[in-house]
Design a protein around this ligand. Sequence first.
Ligand code: NAD
Length: 455
Amino acid sequence: MATKAKPPKAHKDPDTDHGPEAVEHAKEAALAKGTPKPGQRAEVSNLDIVRYYFDRATERLGIPEDIRVVFWEPYREVTVQIPIKLTDGKTHVYSGYRIQHNGARGPYKGGIRFHPEVDVDEVRALASLMTWKTAVANVPFGGAKGGINCPADELEQSELQAIARSFMDKIEKVLGPTRDIPAPDVNTNAQVMAWMMDEYGKLHGHTPAICTGKPIALEGSRGREQATGRGCIYMFREAAPQLGLNPAETTFVIQGFGNVGSWAARILQQLGAKMIGVSDATGAITSEAGIDAEALAAHIHADGGKLTEFAGVEVISPDDLLALDCDVLIPAALGGMIHEGNADRISCKMLIEGANSPTTPAADEVLEGKGVYVIPDVMANAGGVVASYFEWVQNLQHFQWSEREVNDKLGGIMRKAYRNVAGRAKEEKINLRDASYLVGIERVVEASRTRGYIS
Ligand code: NAD
């Protein structure tokens, strides 16, 4: 186990650091190599993206350099080796990361991702995003993230279980219900959380509050599975009147029909809106007449069907999906998928970031120029961590709330976060992304000062 406690350096060298100059540098390098091909992710990393917005906000807030560097790097980083004998008879070695960015406002909180592209920089980015997100939503947590660079799509359940248990064994010392509480993310789900809780329980006794997003039968919370998608739609409902959008006449497109995307689609459809395009890792489809989100979810998630084999739709390229003329676009796949190479083709009125860091800073500028109303990840997809907070509270009390209670409380918190950020944006004449970073960073800096972590 490798832990890191050295004080971070201020960024100076664009070749080795990730400040705004480095973002420019990365953009130039990406351009030199040619812009990403259709469907490819951007050349600018998630870490560059998060730090770019962090820098803009700290400059605006006038936070001095010596304080700024405290939040530039994570508090603790743990990297572990996970050797697993797979059914091919060979031992494969994966890397697992748990990164705790800042815990001034409460225990660290953040999901665990299983994906071959996971690396330490991506996990760092997602951990700091969690710090700002929990602060914007005003739930009493800090920010963390975890990941393992395994090809989850190709692994059997028994192999995933072995990886999840081995990871928990190796990081349990930095976790705990009052220390750090993982949750699901890309390619992890309630089952993975159940294995991890069970593994933690072998060492510490039954501890449901060690992770959230668990199955209902193991003290998971009603409404948690749907919460991130539902939270996106609470945001839509807040913003729609301003853009003159009537839900019953709204058309929408989803990039990434997984947990977040499929629930956002189903809930928006319940309001009368029509899904005219959708994608996942296997491809993209469209239909002017509309694609039934419930039927598509059943086709993929219950029947194990392929998205591109859904009846009555036209298969299109992933980049053509982004160019569909619609009212609302919800990227709900991976980071960096909306970049300089495809932003100009986007034709929506509102973009709700269900995924983390789906939009690069360069693409953000293009979207702003086109007048697209962007609801940023740091507030738009906070519904998951808010419902995780409710699950944690229920677990600490060994008490279960009804789904209606969870949804109502979630709506209250999401609306409050939107109004707070939108009010700040209006006051300072800035967009929602910049305003949400201001709100989040201010709260974290205040908590860090008040408890004496910084002076
Ligand atoms: P998931 O694994 O359930 O779904 C991801 C979906 O994206 C899958 O349908 C996958 O096929 C699709 N996908 C992958 N590569 C793609 C590509 N190149 N083009 C189109 N689709 C592609 O994961 P999830 O939990 O729904 O998470 C999605 C995003 O939302 C991630 O960025 C995650 O960090 C973020 N997020 C998730 C939660 C949560 O509660 N699950 C909370 C906040 C943010």
